[in-house]
Design a protein around this ligand. Structure first.
Ligand code: ZN
Length: 239
């Protein structure tokens, strides 16, 4: 698929996109370093002011660099970069289309998300690292199989609704954020919360946080800069 780039979309090599590309590459490396992604999974960022986004080309998150990024519109039309979009590009395209408040989307096959995607227990927040999650727990997208079509992407975005994340049954997760830094750290924290909940459930029924208690943890907002610097410090040399 390809079409002429609309005037509202900057050229893929435009200098204004460079900082976002660098954050996107770093975000992929962080997700790999933290054991969230493996050979698969992807992160995307909205092109500001345009119906377009940038994600990694068909390469493992650990290996992504400036030569392995691709820009698409929300229908999957190619707009620039390495023209090998990931098979599940509709996850990003249709979520960003449905959620104007979102700047970045992550999709991973995290073992922790897969675990709670098949359990009767909902993945609910029970500590402050999960304070961005809904008290009632995450919804689960039921259809099996990869999200390869616009229709499947729209169905996934509808299941997500206005939530910050959704689980994909027997598959993984989708996490959104107002920035790449927020999206990546939410994705890491989702695995942390699921791991903690798994441990807690071994002892019986845990105490979850109520909506009011979550609001107390969220008072004053969230600064993602410190955590981002921490995760960068853990990357191997040269990344
Ligand atoms: Zn997938």
């Amino acid at each position: 698929m390809s079409q002429r780039r609309p005037a509202s979309v900057p050229a893929f090599d435009a200098p204004e996109l460079q900082p976002l590309k660098e954050l996107l590459i770093t975000g992929h490396h962080i997700l790999d370093r933290e054991g969230i992604t493996d050979g698969y999974g992807h992160l995307s960022v909205r092109v500001p002011g345009a119906d377009a986004f940038i994600t990694l080309a068909r390469v493992s998150p650990r290996l992504v660099d400036a030569d392995h990024l691709v820009m698409l519109d929300f229908d999957g039309n190619y707009l620039g970069g390495n023209n090998t979009p990931p098979f599940e590009w509709p996850i990003h395209a249709r979520t960003l289309r449905a959620r104007p408040d979102v700047a970045s989307v992550a999709h991973t096959h995290s073992v922790w998300s897969q675990l709670f995607s098949v359990l009767p227990q909902k993945l609910r927040p029970l500590n402050h690292y999960g304070s961005w999650l809904p008290a009632e727990g995450l919804r689960v997208y039921e259809p099996a199989g990869l999200v390869r079509t616009i229709e499947q992407g729209d169905a996934l975005a509808a299941t997500l609704g206005d939530a910050p994340a959704v689980l994909l049954r027997s598959h993984g997760d989708l996490v959104v954020g107002e920035s790449i830094e927020a999206c990546v750290q939410r994705t890491i924290r989702l695995a942390h919360v699921a791991h903690l909940l798994h441990l807690a459930l071994l002892h019986g029924e845990p105490r979850y946080l109520s909506a009011e208690e979550l609001a107390a943890f969220n008072a004053g907002g969230r600064d993602w800069a410190r955590g981002w610097q921490y995760h960068i410090s853990r990357l191997p040399e040269g990344r």
